[in-house]
Design a protein around this ligand. Sequence first.
Ligand code: ADP
Ligand code: F6P
Length: 319
Amino acid sequence: MKKIAVLTSGGDAPGMNAAIRAVVRYGIGMGLEVMGVERGLQGLIDDLFIPMNMRSVSDIIHRGGTILKTARCPEFKEEAGQQKAIKNLRARGVEGIIVIGGDGSFMGAKALTDRGFPSIGIPGTIDNDLAYTDYTLGFDTACNTILDAINKIRDTMSSHERVSIVEVMGRNCGDLALYTGLCGGAEVIVVPEHPLSVDQILENLTGGAANGKTSGIIVLAEGAGSADVLKKELTARSDLVFKSTRLGHVQRGGSPSCRDRYLGTCFGVRAVELLKQGIGNRIVGIKNHKFYDMDIVEGIAMKKEFDLELYQKAMIVGR
Ligand code: ADP
Ligand code: F6P
């Protein structure tokens, strides 16, 4: 393989720039030509290729977001969009592509693979919702951003003796809520994988109050409901004062953590190594502290397992 391309797709995640930087610099170091594609899979259809050199990726390792921009592209789910993309890739002489994104973007990469175009996926999403890898790019930074917010909210909750419901992102995955709830000392963590009734939430809270607590934090995963709705339901059943905060897109921004820069760099290097050997149709990940790659079809099909044991421990130590 002589020429490869890289793009970012779906929701952005801190660490994507570190991965782009690694792909470009390691790719050039291995004697490859590297093209960047702007606006994700949409950019493949719209022919938004830009040649990259060593200096194209200077001064980006510490920046959140993605210098290549990202997009969601419904047209790519259709055969016509995928054919247009492959036509543009071939016209540019590109022989393999690296797609940095979440499970949706991996479906796009798989579609290219199915049509005979070699692709490699790098897991980039704050949601940590991919089963085949222990961590996705951006998850660690998002956790730290959420923790910073929880710390600040806790200061005012304890001063006023209130309970705050903090709604965090994650789509259908409770990992962001689990890890930030555990590390932020939340009294209750509510996740889609282990639904709790309003009464059960209150029981956990009042159990804490019986132990002398007069304020608290409930971390609520967006996939398990909305903070505003839960606030109304809890207020109707309790004398405690509840406040709700939806953290929103602040969770997706910011300078990537050390871990996300490390993951981005190592994922990027591995993806290039695969393409350089002419290997496509793989996704790279990390399992038990070891970087590895696996078949894209098998990886997409795997079902994420929620760490129920950790969740149960977090609920006990939070009381
Ligand atoms: P993420 O990659 O973060 O999960 P999305 O789920 O929004 O983000 O998916 C990103 C893009 O991936 C979609 O806008 C679409 O272009 C592409 N995609 C998603 N599902 C498919 C599919 N089944 N076939 C082809 N492309 C898809
Ligand atoms: O997949 C990443 C994510 O941030 C989810 O956690 C969230 O539900 C979604 O994207 C938000 O998407 P948008 O930026 O389009 O509102």
